[in-house]
Design a protein around this ligand. Structure first.
Ligand code: SAH
Length: 246
């Protein structure tokens, strides 16, 4: 090999190394990918596995979905902490453990159809989609719904549909659903949601006045809805179009 060939080989090699280095270290957002993946793994190990999250699909989905892309840029460094975070318009993305717990309670099988009320950032919808179900999600604040669509689009989920509207009414056009997950709290269980659940279906919903809400697991059997209290929780209220609490 001549000197000039050797030099170009070395230059070529280092160019390749620069490309590999930069794609490995910098993600889509310029955030360090490895550090985010590490934080995500830590979140799964300590906040989920370390508590009572055992559903392999939930654990795998939450290890995969880039939660930091669903929170405002100035809060990205906190995305994997054990806490809810503000997402604007007075709303919040739930704490990772609550997302995992609600997802696990739905007993999801791939291919099922799930209705979510309260798209918010779109994170919960992404976790469910990653578990292989068809997600229909309704958000009442148009700006949040549109932003969620924008966040979800580049991630390539084909199995999520978002509608701007009042989720108290469910999404009749696509009913019935195998499961319903409600991420804002009404003071009573909305009748339209009960009606849109299939026989044998499950609904996970926080119910109650601010400061005294309980997460309930409802199961529909022979047309009747059985309820089980899971844990005390704190969610934003379910509101109507005028901002009044349901
Ligand atoms: N699941 C979300 C968290 C949502 S916070 C996430 O993963 O980020 C609760 C959301 O419910 C808020 O975005 C709020 O605007 C929405 N919401 C409140 N009342 C609603 C209603 N009647 N119909 C649909 N969405 C509603």
């Amino acid at each position: 090999m001549f000197i000039s060939e050797r030099i170009s080989a070395v230059v070529g090699l280092s160019a390749v190394m620069v490309v590999i280095f930069s794609t490995r270290v910098l993600g889509l957002t310029g955030a360090p990918v490895d550090s985010m993946a590490n934080q995500r793994q830590q979140m799964v190990t300590h906040q989920l596995r370390g508590r009572n999250i055992v559903d392999a699909r939930v654990l795998s989905a939450m290890k995969t979905v880039p939660r930091h892309l669903f929170v405002p840029k100035y809060l990205r460094h906190l995305a994997y902490r054990d806490t809810p975070l503000p997402i604007g318009h007075g709303q919040t993305i739930s704490q990772p453990y609550i997302v995992a717990l609600m997802s696990q309670l739905l007993s999801i099988e791939p291919g099922r159809r799930i209705l979510e009320i309260g798209t918010g950032s779109g994170y919960q919808a992404a976790v469910l989609a990653e578990m292989g179900v068809q997600v229909f999600s309704v958000e009442i604040v148009p700006e949040l719904g549109h932003r969620a669509i924008k966040t979800l689009r580049p991630l390539g989920y084909k199995n999520i549909r978002v509608k701007i509207g009042d989720g108290y009414q469910g999404w009749g056009e696509h009913a019935p659903f195998d499961a319903i997950i409600v991420t804002c709290a009404p003071t009573g269980i909305p009748e339209p949601l009960k009606d849109q659940l299939t026989e044998g279906g499950r609904m996970v919903i926080p119910v109650g006045e601010a400061g005294q809400q309980q997460l309930l697991l409802l199961t529909k059997q022979h047309g009747d809805v059985k309820r089980k209290k899971i844990v005390d929780v704190r969610f934003v209220p379910m509101i109507d179009r005028r901002g009044k609490t349901y």
